[in-house]
Design a protein around this ligand. Structure first.
Ligand code: AMP
Length: 139
């Protein structure tokens, strides 16, 4: 069963497509958090960022880089929040990688990306060193 976004790519369900190239597509979110809320996806179905091959990741970032100023200019936004919900526990509902470009306006009542996590942990220097070393060894 293909994802709803693959169905958009295949033209099986309608969407307001605002940009398309060989490997990526951008379209308006059906339930926008702000006017101009746009999703950017790879055409091929990958559930998480972790699954996206390097060449597709490059194409995806190129399209995000193109679309951020396009969206901001089109709706006269002051800024944008640009984010992925990467995995179900992070709030990802559609299992097909997608970048949210959410226009932001002065006084819109929204918060920064720091608001998405739970209570901030209190980590000492040793714990931070250990975490940094663990990430560095995986990179
Ligand atoms: P996420 O929670 O990160 O998986 O976000 C999924 C997003 O997809 C939500 O913001 C939905 O409003 C949006 N969405 C779901 N179905 C459609 C659709 N058919 N066309 C456009 N956007 C959609």
């Amino acid at each position: 069963m293909s994802t709803i976004f693959t169905q958009i790519v295949e033209g099986e369900i309608p969407a307001r497509i605002v940009y398309e190239d060989e490997t990526t597509v951008a379209f308006l979110d059906a339930n926008p958090l702000a006017p101009g809320h746009t999703l950017v996806i790879p055409k091929d179905e990958y559930e998480r960022l972790n699954d996206v091959p390097a060449d597709v990741a490059t194409d995806l970032y190129d399209t995000i880089h193109r679309m951020v100023p396009a969206v901001e200019d089109a709706v006269d936004a002051d800024a944008t929040t640009v984010a992925f919900n990467n995995g179900e526990e992070a709030g990802q509902e559609v299992p097909h990688v997608h970048c949210h470009i959410v226009p932001r306006f002065e006084g819109d009542g929204g918060g920064p990306i720091h608001a998405v996590a739970g209570e901030a942990p209190d980590l000492d220097d040793d714990e931070l060193d250990e975490i940094a070393a663990g990430i560095e060894s995986e990179a």
